[in-house]
Design a protein around this ligand. Structure first.
Ligand SMILES: NC(=O)c1ccc[n+]([C@@H]2O[C@H](COP(=O)([O-])OP(=O)(O)OC[C@H]3O[C@@H](n4cnc5c(N)ncnc54)[C@H](OP(=O)(O)O)[C@@H]3O)[C@@H](O)[C@H]2O)c1
Length: 349
């Protein structure tokens, strides 16, 4: 029977992947969870209430990938750099959540709703990259506007949740928020740089020679590769916000022609996978907590609202986009890639 492995299974993304796989038609498949040596032996099936199809956690060295049909990597860029290509060469199709391979020409960077054609053939390197969490929700909302009138330029600011910093990021925001409410005067720097609790941190990742943060670089380059618009200018400020789950984005987009708001709204509202909010609706726009609490159906969607004209530029629109970074932005997109590959018969071994 084919087996599915998840590297980083104890992490924020890995847990969501285990949940999605074990609740799907792939549930009859054995799931091999992999993490660091400190988690070896953990019974994640019991811990997450997912039943018995999940083996105890192992380390990478402990797994023979020869009989694993697909391996998800969600353990950070260094683990992917060290192990993903070896696993792919052993014959397991790798779907990688890190930034290690995303811009490589021989590695498809895939959002199944936007560029399914990039999976028309199994990549010879046996490796597929899952885009950055903020990229996925952005391109899913931009795709119908591009189809309508062509994208010319995109400028955005992100408001990214603590869960983007993994399990430790979530714990740090909870702990520091409690400390401040309990009267602490100062907090130590941590995973986000300055403490995130009750604050905004306008830098995610290290800075390059131009002063752009790593997250801004990724978000600047990935949309063009996915949408087949390699020259698309995308300018970004990425901000970490003191919210636990779901990333939000304020996006300015210049199109190839003036598009009446009603036409843009119709295109967005008619796109599968998008929940569209009009002013006057109840609720009138999405927020991170609204999306977090919207159940499995809502967590699988990209939520778009506040669509309005830019009165200073007739060809430009503003949008507000919210999505669950752990689902739409990571685990669900990777899972949908697997299902597409499964549909092509790539996982029959
Ligand atoms: N969080 C997001 O919103 C998001 C979105 C898109 C993409 N991603 C990407 O997904 C990846 C995982 O992110 P995350 O937020 O889930 O991180 P996380 O919560 O910190 O989890 C990291 C996972 O990696 C495991 N790990 C660490 N060292 C390992 C090793 N040597 N061998 C095997 N496993 C090892 C950890 O296991 P232990 O528990 O044993 O330490 C844990 O399961 C990253 O590449 C991240 O950039 C994250």
């Amino acid at each position: 029977m084919p087996r599915i492995a998840v590297v980083g299974a104890t992490g924020a993304v890995g847990r969501e992947l285990l949940t999605l796989i074990s609740r799907s038609e792939a549930a009859s498949t054995t799931i091999v969870p992999i993490a660091s040596a400190r988690s070896a032996g953990t019974d994640l099936g019991a811990q997450l209430g997912l039943g018995s199809g999940i083996e105890p956690v192992r380390t990478l060295d402990d797994v023979d990938f020869g009989d694993v049909s697909v391996t998800f990597f969600a353990a950070g860029v260094e683990v992917s750099r060290q192990a993903a290509e070896k696993v792919a060469k052993a014959g397991s199709l790798v779907i990688d959540n890190s930034s290690a391979f995303r811009l490589r020409d021989d590695v498809p960077l895939v959002v199944p709703q936007v560029n399914p054609a990039s999976l028309a053939h199994r990549p010879p390197v046996n490796l597929i990259a899952n885009p950055n969490c903020s990229t996925i929700q952005l391109v899913r909302a931009l795709a119908p506007l591009h189809e309508l009138a062509g994208l010319r330029r995109v400028i955005l600011t992100t408001y990214q949740a603590a869960s983007g910093g993994g399990i430790q990021g979530l714990a740090e925001l909870a702990r520091d928020s409690r400390r401040l409410l309990d009267g602490a005067d100062t907090l130590a720097s941590g995973r986000f740089g300055p403490p995130l609790a009750f604050d905004l941190v306008p830098q995610i990742g290290g800075l390059n020679e131009h002063g752009s943060a790593h997250e801004e670089e990724k978000l600047g380059r990935e949309p063009g590769k996915i949408m087949g618009l390699t020259d698309l200018p995308v300018s970004v400020t990425a901000v970490r916000a003191p919210i636990f789950h779901c990333h939000a984005e304020a996006v300015w987009v210049e199109l190839g022609r003036q598009v009446p708001i009603a036409e843009a709204e119709e295109a967005l509202a008619g796109t599968p996978g998008i929940r569209f909010y009009k002013s006057g609706d109840d609720p009138p726009y999405p927020t991170p907590r609204l999306v977090e609490n919207s159940g499995a159906e809502g967590r699988a969607l990209v939520h778009v609202g506040r669509v309005r004209a830019d009165t200073a530029d007739p060809r430009a629109l503003w949008l507000w986009i919210v999505a669950d970074n752990l689902w739409v932005g990571a685990a669900l997109n990777a899972f949908d890639i697997m299902r597409t590959a499964q549909g092509y018969g790539w996982l029959d071994r």
